[in-house]
Ligand binder design. Structure first.
Ligand SMILES: C[S@@+](CC[C@H](N)C(=O)[O-])C[C@H]1O[C@@H](n2cnc3c(N)ncnc32)[C@H](O)[C@@H]1O
Length: 288
């Protein structure tokens, strides 16, 4: 125990709530995962570059969800390398396994594990990577220490987290519309946890405290301009709030859809949606 909030009863409750939430979202994610694979690459690539992934390496992808960025990494490390995809929620990792099988990837194994409590063997991996998972963990310090422990000496861990919600326009729109129509007390809506490491330097501090050698955080800011001939946000809405939307009355569902469309409409300039995205990356090396 290291005295983090995550080690308390409240931490246990948060962990169970997160587990239940993601188990319930798994089908919503799986049905869109292949379709959003291409835009996902825009965020995978800087993470993969920062992690310095090379053929033949042994990699652990933590909180892999439906398989990002693991599936791209499995192709990169090739037949002489190996990827372990891990997630706390079996329903989520089932989607990653389905996608890996569809792609014919055979250099992967699957591990159900809380990132703050990995299996006991140490010094296993050349690289640990994780995209958009650490924010959900109630004991983040323990999770980063676990990554340190399972890395080989000289290995590198690379984490990607969201920057502030206000710099991520799609989240801000969906969040605002959901809170307005479904209410702020809906337990299925969690729009603050994904931004719990959005403050500049928060991620690097966690890595340094765990013993990693770091070289600062990298800001990834993307500004896609998207055509207005189709609602590009449908998949995002379903992945983010598909459950409460499904559970809402028909009237609330229609009101929510109108609200989302109107709020995205406010982002149209010169006939295109102007979207802002902001993520942060930090790598840490476990000195040999
Ligand atoms: C936003 S999804 C990210 C999935 C994928 N990496 C991506 O970027 O698309 C968050 C994932 O974190 C997983 N997760 C949440 N808390 C976790 C924990 N304590 N240990 C392991 N996985 C966790 C969830 O089950 C979910 O699959």
């Amino acid at each position: 125990m290291n005295g983090e909030p995550g080690d308390s009863e409240a931490g246990d409750q948060q962990r169970e709530a997160v587990r239940e939430d993601w188990a319930g979202r798994a089908l919503h994610w799986d049905r869109h995962a292949d379709m959003v694979a291409e835009p996902a690459e825009r965020l995978n690539q800087p993470l993969i570059e920062a992690a310095d992934i090379q053929p033949g390496q042994t990699i652990l992808d933590i909180a892999t969800g439906s398989g990002e960025p693991g599936l791209t990494v499995a192709k990169l490390v090739g037949a002489n390398g190996h990827l372990t995809m891990s997630d706390m929620v079996p329903e989520m990792i089932a989607g990653a396994e389905r996608r890996a099988n569809d792609l014919g990837l055979t250099n992967i194994d699957y591990m159900i594990a809380d990132m703050a409590d990995l299996p006991p063997d140490a010094n296993l991996y050349d690289r640990v990577i994780s995209r958009f998972g650490l924010m959900f963990c109630p004991n983040k310090k323990k999770a980063v220490s676990e990554a340190f422990r399972v890395l080989k000496p000289g290995g590198r861990a690379t984490w990607m987290v969201w920057g502030p919600k206000s710099n991520n326009s799609s989240f801000a729109v969906i969040d605002g519309a959901a809170k307005k129509i479904f209410g702020t007390d809906n337990p299925k809506l969690e729009f603050d946890l994904p931004f719990s490491l959005s403050e500049n330097g928060a991620l690097e501090t966690l890595l340094r405290d765990a013993g990693f050698e770091t070289e600062g955080e990298q800001d990834i800011k993307l500004h896609p301009k998207l055509p207005t001939d189709r609602p590009f946000w449908s998949a995002m809405v379903d992945m983010a709030v598909g459950r409460p939307r499904d559970a809402a009355t028909e009237g609330d569902r229609a009101a929510f859809d109108r609200e989302v469309e109107a709020r995205f409409g406010d982002l149209i300039k010169d006939g295109r949606y102007h979207i802002d995205m902001h993520a942060r990356i930090c790598s840490g090396v476990k000195l040999a």
